[in-house]
Ligand binder design. Structure first.
Ligand code: SF4
Ligand code: SF4
Length: 119
């Protein structure tokens, strides 16, 4: 059983990426960065957004982490959504995705995967 959380772009989530259907489809079909969980159960512990600001991602994940522990729902892997990757490559989001992944690994001691659905 893999226990994951997904961090999304607040500006994209449920606006152009409607209702997170792409990630739910990719999770169900084990596509994109979810292909690594082929043959495994997947527990989506949380789907949270960046808070609309590059500087809020770390404290937001900190809050998710605290709440997950408080509810007995800790997780193993943090996925940085494809939406965030797109925001940095096709728009002007200032998040350094590789740097953010490194900071998340160092601060929370979790595996970090860059990306989610493949579309
Ligand atoms: S553009 Fe970047 S900082 Fe702004 S909401 Fe999206 S991911 Fe967050
Ligand atoms: S990439 Fe995934 S998490 Fe991000 S907005 Fe789209 S469906 Fe939601």
């Amino acid at each position: 059983m893999a226990r994951i959380i997904i961090i999304s772009c607040k500006k994209i989530k449920d606006i152009t990426c409607v209702s997170c259907m792409k990630c739910f489809k990719a999770i169900q079909e084990r596509q994109g960065e979810f292909a690594r969980y082929q043959g495994q159960e997947l527990d989506i512990v949380a789907m949270g957004d960046c808070g609309d600001c590059p500087g809020l991602v770390m404290p937001k994940v900190g809050l998710i982490s605290d709440l997950a522990k408080a509810y007995g729902r800790d997780f193993d892997v943090i996925h940085i959504g494809t939406c965030i990757v797109k925001a940095t490559t096709t728009a002007k989001c200032p998040i350094d995705v590789e740097g953010l992944a490194e900071k998340l690994r160092a601060k929370f001691g979790k595996e970090v995967v860059i990306g989610t659905h493949p579309w």
